[in-house]
Ligand binder design. Structure first.
Ligand code: KG4
Ligand code: ZN
Length: 346
């Protein structure tokens, strides 16, 4: 399976093969656009789509070369249909459609978040089900119940900002650059996580947009972001610049709240749905404290905790190829009328 992923600011292509039901990564090439967007403090959609166009041919060629195969050896093509930036998605979708028609191979559409969830199965093979998977990225923070392979039931989600978005915004506020997650993570390790008390938001009521869901497994990070903003502004007004140590303390205190919220809700969901395992996927699953706290909590409760390797945490096409194999076996195919969908639901 050739996987293609262009939903945001990474152009990626990968080869994942399946032998006796087991998946193996032949290659997973990622061309990151971070250096381009850093200058602007965040992803500029128009620049992202243009860069995908420049990179996609080379990235696909490199994925084939690394896996030591020819284009004619590809049996099927999986592509991220959404969600993401529409211009970026369109580059991958159009490229995949052209390949599928010219090679006469099936085209398999993939939901980006299904890709993140499948990164857990790609990394760990058989996982005891039911699994509760926390998908935490720049655009999403959701809990999914996986009762059987390839079935995803959403049981919680953020009402406002995604966790990764909160990291990116806090980093920007502190002048730490883009993307915020890795740098806040690094700075937090040097700081005191009890230095500042930021609020922990707890949802207790149903979402009016989803009245059938109780809503107490939902997340909200905009209050926390505003609390950090207020804390920083007060200091600015008194014209007292932060020391490096104080910045580390802000990062550590912010990260403590985010990670505690994520881990608490994940294990609560697992208990409520009788899960046999939990997993964390998406860009924020690269976070060192999130990994450590979740693994410790799992150890204490004898609950297996699965996280992907860092290279499978942030956006990559191997996870898309894996989800593509899952969809392929379920008979899912796309025609040449396949369109990118920026707000595709899972
Ligand atoms: O899954 P991903 O690569 O792209 C999306 O689908 O959004 O996730 C990117 C997000 C960014 O917000 C980035 O700041 C965050 O993941 N991230 C992290 C870390 N590494 C990446 N957040 C916290 N700690 C990290 N170490
Ligand atoms: Zn992602």
């Amino acid at each position: 399976m050739l996987g293609i992923e262009t939903s945001c600011d990474e152009t990626s292509a990968a080869i994942v093969s399946e032998v006796d039901g087991r998946w193996a990564i032949g290659s997973n090439i990622v061309a990151s656009q971070i250096a381009i967007h850093r200058e602007w403090g965040g992803v500029v959609p128009e620049l992202a789509s243009r860069q995908h166009i420049r990179d996609i041919c080379g990235v696909v060629r490199s994925a084939l070369e690394t896996a030591k195969i020819e284009l004619s050896d590809v049996d099927a093509i999986a592509v991220t249909q959404g969600p993401g930036l529409v211009g970026s998605l369109l580059v991958g979708v159009s490229f995949a459609k052209s390949l599928a028609v010219s090679l006469d191979r099936p085209l398999v559409p993939v939901h980006h978040l299904a890709g993140h969830i499948e990164s857990l199965f790609l990394q760990h093979g058989n996982i005891q089900l039911p699994l509760v998977a926390l998908v935490v990225s720049g655009g999403h923070t959701s809990l999914y119940l996986v009762e059987k392979p390839g079935s995803y039931r959403r049981i919680g989600r953020t009402r406002d900002d995604a966790a990764g978005e909160a990291y990116d915004k806090v980093a920007k506020l502190l002048g730490l650059g883009y993307p915020g997650g890795p740098v806040v993570d690094r700075r937090a390790r040097e700081g005191n996580d009890q230095a500042i008390v930021f609020p922990l938001t707890r949802m207790t009521h149903a979402d009016r947009n989803a009245p059938t869901m109780k809503g107490d497994l939902d997340f909200s990070f905009s209050g926390l972001k505003t609390a950090v903003l207020r804390y920083v502004r007060q200091r600015d007004e008194r014209e007292l610049p932060f020391t490096e140590g104080q910045i580390n303390d802000i990062c550590a205190s912010f990260q403590r709240v985010v990670v505690t919220t994520l881990v608490d809700r994940l294990f609560e969901a697992a208990a409520r749905f009788g899960a046999k395992s939990v997993g964390i996927a998406g860009g924020v699953s690269a976070n060192s404290r999130l990994r450590q706290d979740a693994l410790e909590r799992g150890d204490r409760g004898a609950m297996p905790v699965y996280v992907p390797h860092i290279s499978l945490s942030t956006d990559n096409a191997a996870m898309i190829a894996a989800a593509g194999l899952r969809n392929f076996h379920a008979g899912k195919r796309a025609g040449l009328d396949l369109n990118a969908d920026a707000s595709l639901e899972l």
